[in-house]
Design a protein around this ligand. Structure first.
Ligand code: GDP
Length: 527
């Protein structure tokens, strides 16, 4: 790869922001977009109540419920870097989509509410990041409110998530008593409300060689300053050492405190984050070999498909993470699954709601391709003769199920089209009963069904009847071991969309009973 292109790839920072709902992910994302000049005015999150919506919230249903349903992608430039942020839905019902998105990033930012600490969804998302071994940066938010003690929050990171932490900065007070941030990494203090707590309104006070403020300063009069110095001393002596290598390997998380809402500590976070967050380097293929980002030939994989992002234009977009080389509009590529040649002429780049036609993009970037039905989630596309196929995306075993049919039997066509498209998007899983071919939908969370029903009605004009059949345990069985007489009222036999047989067991008891009765039959789950 020529040097110019290498520099361009090096300038890419592609990451996801993960959090439990309400920790402040949307608010931070908007602050970052503001720094990058990508938006002029923070929208919005409060707009959930007032009627304005965050730039990253797309669909009608998100607006109605005030939650992010699908992942969106935002690109902006900041200090010579090209930044790609992949937004992830925090709602637990959308974990599948979120998990796939985490396959397409090089690092993650974990936002934690200082009042709540580590919440269940944070933990789940963290585990996916850990599985991938990507670096994780922590932003402890809402410092403008009284929250848990900072030392307690670090302890939670180590005890609940089992990751070592290194505080890059440290709060001096919190809530109404927040005076500033002791910037342990840059050796300075960032002053909160400089007009009140600073001298002549200065925002930054440099520290002396001992890590203290030289001379007189209003902040020094507060016992909170002494407390922060004591904490820092304790951490420097007994805490973890800073190690860039451990950060890159995902073994140590640098921790930043701040307040997204009042934009305090966010820019320092961004600057330091960009210093350490990795640029695109390589991606594993199906045999575990690494495909370097600096390979000359283009390659990438599809981690998400979404239909009807813009109701005004019926469209379907495949989101591609470029893993190597350079994308140019109109280029010819091969689809690894079918070995079919495809011309990539209709492509787009994202800035939340606005999209631009993209002419060119490089490794690390995310582009959207208008899809006419060629692509499936997990597909690899590549340029040149040498076949590239990236590792499989994780799949998740659905836990709740519904029977579904069209209300109006005369409208089967739009029903089937809608089901087929939403299933291909990965919005929901589809199964068919073995003999009668009834449709059964499977999901990880209840809300997926509601979104399905809503989208069927609004996008495909198809009213559906959904009959809950409750929680089930799905286990696949090898076709050669299958005997249809194994099926009973407690273990419903169905096929998945690849025609593979599986049982939906009523409960653990039914599954154990089955395993005892057929000890040689192997039952498998996905993840
Ligand atoms: P998300 O669900 O993680 O995207 O969270 P949001 O960004 O939507 O924030 C949830 C709520 O917390 C909103 O009411 C925000 O205004 C509020 N919020 C976000 N950041 C802060 C902060 O730094 N301080 C305070 N006090 N509130 C915040």
């Amino acid at each position: 790869m020529e040097q110019k292109l290498k520099d361009e790839v090096e300038a890419r920072k592609t990451f996801a922001i993960i959090s439990h709902p309400d920790a402040g992910k949307t608010t931070i994302t908007e602050q970052l977009l503001l720094f990058g000049g990508a938006i002029r005015q923070a929208g919005t999150v409060k707009g959930k109540k007032t009627g304005k919506f965050a730039t990253s919230d797309w669909m009608e249903i998100e607006k109605q419920r005030g939650i992010s349903v699908t992942s969106s992608v935002m690109q902006f430039e900041y200090q010579g870097k090209k930044i790609n942020i992949l937004d992830t839905p925090g709602h637990e019902d959308f974990s599948e989509d979120t998990y796939r998105t985490l396959m397409a990033v090089d690092s993650a930012v974990m936002v934690i509410d200082s009042g709540k600490g580590i919440e269940p969804q944070t933990k789940k998302l963290f585990q996916v990041c850990r599985m991938r071994g990507i670096p994780i940066f922590t932003f402890i938010n809402k410092l403008d409110r009284d929250g848990k003690e900072p030392l307690e929050l670090l302890e939670e990171l180590e005890e609940v998530l089992k990751i070592d932490s290194y505080p890059m900065n440290w709060p001096i007070g919190m809530g109404r008593g927040l005076l500033g941030l002791y910037d342990n990494y840059n050796k300075r203090i960032e002053i909160h409300h400089p007009d009140i707590n600073g001298i002549n309104g200065e925002k930054i006070v440099e520290l002396n060689a001992e890590g203290k403020i030289e001379g007189d300063h209003p902040i020094k009069k507060s016992s909170l300053y002494d407390q922060a110095l004591d904490d820092i001393e304790l951490l420097n002596e007994a805490g973890n050492d800073f190690s860039e290598e451990k950060i890159i390997n995902g073994q140590l998380t640098p921790v930043f405190f701040g307040s997204a809402l009042t934009n305090f500590g966010v820019q320092t976070f961004l600057d330091t984050f960009l210093n350490f967050a990795p640029s695109p380097s390589s991606h594993k293929d199906i045999s575990g070999n690494k495909v370097p980002a600096t390979n000359d030939e283009f390659s990438g994989f599809i981690f998400k498909i979404q239909a009807n992002m813009n109701p005004a234009h019926r469209d379907r977009i495949a989101f591609i993470r470029i893993c190597s080389g350079e994308f140019e509009r109109g280029m010819d590529v091969t689809l690894a699954r079918t070995k079919k040649k495809i011309k990539l002429s209709n492509s787009t780049q994202f800035m939340a709601e606005s999209r631009e036609m993209v002419q060119r993009a490089v490794a690390g970037d995310i582009i959207g391709l208008y899809d006419t039905g060629n692509f499936q989630i997990g597909d690899t596309i590549f340029e040149g003769k040498k076949c590239v196929e990236f590792e499989k995306l994780p799949q998740f075993t659905p836990e709740i199920f519904m029977k579904v049919s069209a209300k109006n039997v005369m409208k089967q066509k739009s029903f089937h089209k809608g089901v087929q498209q939403l299933v291909q998007e990965g919005a929901i899983q589809l199964y068919k009963t073995f003999h009668t071919e009834d449709y059964i939908l499977g999901a990880v969370g209840q809300l997926q069904f509601e979104v399905f029903q809503y989208r069927m009605l609004h996008e495909y004009k198809s009213e559906v009847i959904m009959t809950p059949i409750g929680n089930k345990i799905a286990r696949w069985i090898k076709p050669e071991q299958l005997d249809t007489s194994m099926s009973s009222s407690r273990n419903l036999l169905v096929r998945d969309r690849f025609d593979q047989p599986l049982f939906l067991f009523e409960n653990q008891f039914a599954m154990h009973w089955f395993a005892d009765k057929y000890p040689n039959v192997e039952l498998t789950s996905l993840l």
